[in-house]
Write a protein that binds this ligand. Structure first.
Ligand code: UDP
Ligand code: MG
Length: 327
């Protein structure tokens, strides 16, 4: 795609219970977009909000808006996928609807795209908006993930991204159910550039990515990207077996053969007990890990579509296209 082709952009905004902030978010977004020489559409993906977000978005009087309404809360990652799949423009920007991703940087994203990047990635520089625990969580998460996976994630990289049409087309082909958008885009590759930013404070409402959700996300990511946990636990199993047999053998020698010169006074039952506990532990751990993988296979084998769109409520789409789209 040449620079001259890069004339239209879709902004995909996942929205979940953002009634307080969404109108002012929209205003600041429109202000920035109007200053750039580009055709744009804004696709709001209502991810099953239970507040008034949807009616507020629908009240916005603007031809450039499309609204996709998911039939329930599917989570941000899937909401983003829905928005990307339904966008038509030559570039797509993903943006949080809570105002934490600074819209003022959109011109810089577009500039980098026009100067040759296929993927422009927002890197969170400092995280004044992030709690202490949040920071610890993400450092542990990145370190642990990069240790375990062959594909590295850049520290601070976010979903605030611009992707070219060619990347979006490939992204739409990916069918996994348990998905993390930024990981999949990283996996796709293409020409990348970066824009650093300071995340804004969330002005209204609360971040819905709880520690629990983050842990779920991390587990999904690790299981879908690397079989290493399986190996790790097998190694651990081997190690425990080795140590316990060593212990067992030395006890037998010390106690039964040499007649307990060190005065350990271990009974046979205690020995057996220790061994059995070790072995049961190994079996349970490896079974737990295997079951994680099996549950992914199970999810995938159901071949459900990634999301369900409520066509009656959505605005601005050709229904045929919505019906046809499957993961
Ligand atoms: N979001 C969503 N579905 C969800 C949770 C969040 O679409 O289940 C949206 C939310 O409205 C916001 C963005 O995803 O626009 C980021 O969410 P949040 O601020 O909760 O996450 P964080 O800032 O902690 O990454
Ligand atoms: Mg947020």
């Amino acid at each position: 795609m040449t620079v001259n082709d890069k004339k239209s952009i879709s902004i995909v905004v996942p929205v979940y219970n953002e009634e307080k902030g969404i109108a002012s978010f929209h205003n600041s977004l429109i202000k920035v977009l109007n200053k750039i020489d580009i055709d744009f559409e804004i696709i709001y993906v209502d991810d099953g909000s239970s507040d008034n977000s949807l009616s507020i978005i629908k009240q916005i009087n603007d031809n450039n808006i499309k609204v996709v309404v998911l039939s329930r809360n599917f989570g941000k990652e899937i909401a983003l996928s829905a928005g990307v799949a339904l966008s038509h423009n030559q570039g797509i920007i993903m943006l949080d609807g809570d105002g934490q991703h600074p819209v003022d940087l959109i011109p810089e994203f577009i500039h980098k795209w026009r100067s040759g990047a296929d993927v422009v990635i927002g890197i969170r520089r400092n995280s004044k908006a992030q709690s202490f625990m949040g920071k610890i969580n993400s450092i542990i998460f990145y370190k642990f993930f990069n240790f375990i996976s062959s594909q590295k994630i850049i520290i601070g990289s976010t979903d605030f991204r611009l992707i070219d049409r060619c990347v979006a087309d490939e992204f739409n082909q990916l069918g996994e159910q348990n998905r993390m958008t930024r990981y999949l885009i990283d996996w796709l590759g293409f020409e990348r550039q970066f824009v650093e930013f300071d995340a804004n404070e969330r002005e209204h409402g609360e971040a819905t990515y709880s520690t629990r959700k983050l842990i779920d996300l991390a587990i999904n990511l690790i299981v879908s990207s690397s079989p290493k946990p399986l190996y790790l636990f097998s190694y651990l199993g081997v190690l425990i077996c080795f140590l316990s047999s060593l212990l067992g053998v030395s006890l037998i020698i010390e106690q039964l053969i040499l007649g307990d010169p060190l005065n350990w006074k271990f009974t046979g039952t205690a020995m057996l007990g220790i061994l059995v506990i070790f072995l049961v532990g190994i079996v349970l751990m490896s079974q737990g890990i295997i079951s994680l993988y099996i549950s992914r296979i199970h999810d995938q084998s159901k071949e459900r579509p990634l999301y369900v769109i409520d066509i009656r409520k959505s605005v601005g789409f050709n229904n045929q296209k919505i019906l046809k789209h499957k993961s």
